[in-house]
Write a protein that binds this ligand. Structure first.
Ligand code: SF4
Length: 282
């Protein structure tokens, strides 16, 4: 049986890591192994893109807190042309949707947790909106260059865990009243594809399916012995993984992926998500 610290909390990042590569989960969350990235031109490019994604999330947070655009804009302009372009898209989205998707009580960078079986789950939301009609929107900012397919997005652990935890733990934000699954939707907004967001509607049936899925998945992780966390057989998952040299895996650039669902999922599970939502400590 696996031994995790008693205060270990499962997040979408750790669960997605396990599904992508059990070894990566083991090295990062059980061994807490710090390993330098392999370096090289592609890795530097990736790190630069990662820092832009972090800056964008920080910017969106500040905007949601109500900081005036005039204060934020000069700082963005200085940073990079790409970040400035994302910022302009965000501003337009905000303007167009302030009474609809973004209309209501806003909770930026909010964390919810709840127990499930023997473990505890955590979600850190980019932005939660409580609409005046009782509906809830989970907004998630994505900065990937390619717009992932609907199917790939639905397959993400994030798409299951985030609505699930809002239903399980949202009463604290809702005057003590439970949030019903049918009141919840999740919106992925893409800085590089601002006119093509993805909205996922939640339901009681999906809530039940997600609870079963999360329970099974976490029980499987806890039931493994340390030697059972195998390396993924799909070496595309190793691109930019900090353990690539440790695992003696060659670099396979994501641009060489064929466009199919597994490849999209692998790209979405690359390290950008580890850092940008601040879950690394879990
Ligand atoms: S380098 Fe590849 S095999 Fe090793 S932990 Fe990372 S994803 Fe898994």
């Amino acid at each position: 049986m696996l031994k995790l610290p008693p205060d270990f909390i499962f997040s979408q990042a750790s669960l997605q890591d396990f599904l992508t590569c059990p070894r990566r989960f083991y090295l990062r969350y059980v061994r807490h192994l710090v390993w330098p990235s392999a370096g090289g031109g592609e890795a530097f490019e990736w790190e630069w893109r990662l820092s832009l994604a972090q800056d964008f999330h920080h910017l969106a947070h500040q905007k949601a807190l109500g900081l005036p655009d005039q204060l934020l804009e000069p700082l963005v302009q200085k940073r990079s042309a790409e970040l400035f372009q994302w910022w302009r898209q965000l501003r337009e989205f905000w303007q167009a949707e302030q009474e609809a998707t973004l209309g209501g009580r806003r909770y930026p960078e909010l964390t919810l947790t709840a127990p499930l079986g023997k473990i505890r789950l955590l979600a850190k939301y980019d932005l939660l909106i409580a609409h005046p009609d009782g509906q809830w929107s989970i907004i998630d900012w994505k900065t990937a260059q390619q717009r992932p397919s609907t199917r790939a997005l639905h397959s993400l652990v994030q798409s299951r865990l985030y609505p699930y935890l809002l239903v399980r733990a949202g009463a604290s934000l809702n005057a003590g009243k439970a949030v019903e699954p049918e009141q919840v939707s999740m919106v992925y907004w893409f800085a590089n594809h601002p006119d093509n967001p993805e909205t996922i509607l939640y339901s009681q049936a999906q809530f039940q399916a997600d609870e079963d899925f999360l329970l099974r998945l976490t029980e499987e992780i806890l039931g493994r012995r340390e030697a059972d966390f195998e390396q993924t057989s799909d070496e595309r998952a190793c691109a930019y993984c900090p353990y690539r040299t440790y695992c003696e895996r060659a670099f396979v650039p994501p641009s060489s992926y064929e466009v199919e669902e597994n490849a999209e999922l692998l790209e979405l599970s690359l390290p950008q998500d580890w850092e940008q939502i601040g879950e690394i400590e879990y």
